[in-house]
Design a binder for this molecule. Structure first.
Ligand code: AKB
Length: 321
C-alpha cells in the first residue's frame, strides 16, 4: 500500500482525489493536507494536517510523522488569480514543486503526482487538436509556472531518477467542491446558477471553445497514470489529456435540454484574453497509447449528472438550513 500525502486537499480536484484515494488504499493510508481548515468535509472525514506547500520543513515534518512515500501536489494558484498576483503565483507554484522534487531526489519519498495544465500553451500554439509536442509560449503567469514546472519534472526524472508523473488538465467540471481562480470556472458556475436562478452571466463570449473534462474522468486519469508501470510512462514533463471541447453556447444548450427556461447572457472580462490564448481542443493520443487512458463522459452525460447532483445538493441544503 502506498502511504499518501495530498497537498492542497481542500481544493476542487484535491478533495475528490483524496476521497478516491481513500476508497482505493484505505483511509489510514491517505493524509489530506491544506494551508487552512476551510474545507470542513475534508478536515473532518479522515486524517488531516496543516501543511504549507511553500515551506519545505512543513512538508518534511508531515511526511516523517506519517511515513509518507507518495505525494500528490495539488496546491496551486490558477490562471485568473495568477494574473492579479503574479509573484504570489510564481512563489506558490514553483517553490512547492521544487520542495517535493527535492524530497524525492533525497530519497524521502518514492513517487510524485503534479498537475500541469493546458495553460502551458499560448497564442502561437496550433489551437485545434494541439499535439503533445508543439510550440508552447504561454502568456499567463500560471502557464509560465506550469511550463517551468514541467521542465523541472523532466529534468529531475532524467538526472536523478525521480518518479514524477504529470497530466495537463483541461478545465475540470464537478459538483462537490467549487473551483477557485481559474478561467474555465465558468463551466462549473453555470450549472449552479442554472439550478438555482435559471440565469447565468458568462465572463467568456459565446463561441469561446475550450478543452474540458468531467471530474470523474480526471480522477480516473490521475489514478491510472500513478498506477501505470513506470516504463509505460514515457513522458515525464506532462501528458496532454482530453475529453470534451465546447463553448459557453454549447453548454447552455445542453443545460436547456433539462431546464428549458435557462438563459445565458455574456459579459466577457479579462479572462477572455486568457481563454483566447489557450487551445480549443487537445490531441491526447500519447496518453491513450502509453498507459491506455480513455474518458467516459461526453457533454450530455456530464450535464445530466451535474444537474441531478446539484438539484439534490440544493434540495438537501434548503431542508437542513
Ligand atoms: C484554469 O482555468 O486556470 C484552470 C486550468 C485550465 O488549468 N482550470
Amino acid at each position: 500500500m502506498p502511504r499518501i500525502l495530498v497537498i492542497g486537499a481542500g481544493g476542487q480536484i484535491g478533495s475528490e482525489l483524496t476521497y478516491k484515494l481513500r476508497e482505493l488504499y484505505g483511509p489510514e493510508n491517505v493524509v489530506a493536507s491544506d494551508i487552512g481548515y476551510h474545507n470542513t468535509h475534508i478536515v473532518n472525514s479522515g486524517i488531516f494536517e496543516i501543511v504549507d506547500a511553500q515551506d519545505y520543513d512543513s512538508i518534511k515534518t508531515c511526511i516523517d510523522k506519517h511515513e509518507i512515500d507518495t505525494i500528490y501536489l495539488m496546491a496551486a494558484m490558477l490562471s485568473a488569480t495568477g494574473e492579479k498576483y503574479p509573484m504570489k503565483a510564481w512563489d506558490l507554484n514553483i517553490n512547492s514543486i521544487f520542495h517535493v522534487l527535492n524530497l524525492a531526489k533525497d530519497g524521502f519519498i518514492k513517487q510524485i503526482f503534479w498537475p500541469s495544465s493546458i495553460a502551458v500553451f499560448g497564442p502561437t500554439t496550433p489551437a485545434l487538436n494541439t499535439p503533445q509536442h508543439t510550440i508552447a509560449e504561454p502568456t499567463t503567469v500560471y502557464g509560465i509556472t506550469k511550463q517551468v514546472g514541467e521542465r523541472w519534472c523532466e529534468y529531475y526524472h532524467d538526472k536523478y531518477g525521480v518518479d514524477v508523473r504529470s497530466l495537463r488538465y483541461p478545465g475540470i467540471i464537478s459538483w462537490k467542491t467549487m473551483p477557485g481562480g481559474g478561467t474555465t470556472d465558468y463551466a462549473v458556475e453555470i450549472y449552479h446558477k442554472a439550478v438555482l436562478n435559471k440565469h447565468y452571466e458568462c465572463f467568456l463570449s459565446e463561441n469561446t471553445q475550450l478543452p474540458m473534462m468531467f471530474m470523474e474522468d480526471a480522477i480516473n486519469a490521475t489514478v491510472k497514470i500513478m498506477q501505470a508501470e513506470s516504463n509505460t510512462v514515457k513522458i515525464r514533463s506532462s501528458y496532454n489529456l482530453a475529453a470534451l471541447s465546447f463553448t459557453p453556447k454549447d453548454i447552455s444548450e445542453a443545460i436547456q435540454k433539462h431546464i428549458p427556461e435557462f438563459k445565458i447572457t455574456y459579459k466577457p472580462d479579462f479572462r477572455q484574453n486568457i481563454a483566447n490564448s489557450w487551445p480549443k481542443s487537445i490531441d491526447d493520443s500519447s496518453a491513450r497509447t502509453d498507459w491506455n487512458w480513455s474518458h467516459n463522459y461526453d457533454l450530455d452525460k456530464m450535464t445530466e449528472e451535474m444537474i441531478t447532483q446539484l438539484r439534490n445538493k440544493y434540495k438537501d441544503s434548503t431542508t437542513t438550513n
